[in-house]
Design a protein around this ligand. Structure first.
Ligand SMILES: [Zn+2]
Length: 179
């Protein structure tokens, strides 16, 4: 299993460091297992990360693209989904936590910005990417539109079929039956 690398702070060049990381299916599977999901076999998942130094802080930004398979909350069949998320974290050294507040200097909007700490002069990408993947994973995975195996019976309307899934359809179906 290939695990996302740990980056020593002193190896980050002044101009920053950009990485494209294919996410190993076995590693991704272990991460998603905590959310009772799994990596979709044969589908590529990846992360882009960028590390920038700001004094002693490291600004870790990037995106994750993951292909996962989960149980649909509507029909309980398996559903394959992709999830994308972008993130920006400001990581301060743990020792100087709260000692100084350089965050005002960072030009990012507050909702994009998340502050945390790093330890041992190292940015452990497997730790941070794991968090971002679990944040990106859908809380209520379900098929888009109609599920392949509806729980409720279908009702014929004007030659077509309407499923009794959405109660908002009921008045329409009454109208259709009158005609
Ligand atoms: Zn479904």
């Amino acid at each position: 299993m290939t695990v996302p690398p740990s980056i020593r702070i002193e190896t980050i060049p002044e101009e920053g460091l950009s990485l494209e990381l294919p996410l190993d299916a076995a590693w991704l599977g272990a991460v998603l297992a905590d959310a009772t999901m799994r990596a979709t076999p044969g589908a590529a998942s990846k992360a882009r990360v960028r590390l920038d130094l700001s004094d002693k802080d490291v600004i870790l930004s990037g995106s994750v693209h993951i292909a996962l398979t989960a149980e649909c909350v509507a029909c309980l069949d398996e559903v394959a989904l992709t999830a994308d998320d972008e993130f920006t974290l400001v990581l301060s050294p743990a020792a100087s936590q709260r000692a100084h507040r350089p965050h005002e200097e960072v030009e990012l909007t507050a909702d994009e910005l998340d502050a945390d700490v790093y330890t041992d002069d190292t940015i452990d990408l497997s730790h941070w990417l794991r968090e971002q993947i679990l944040l990106a994973a859908p809380v209520h995975p379900r098929h888009e539109g109609d599920c392949p195996r509806p729980l409720s019976p279908t009702v014929p309307v004007n030659g077509g079929t309407v499923r009794e899934i959405d109660p908002r359809l009921a008045p329409l179906m009454k109208l259709a039956k009158k005609e």
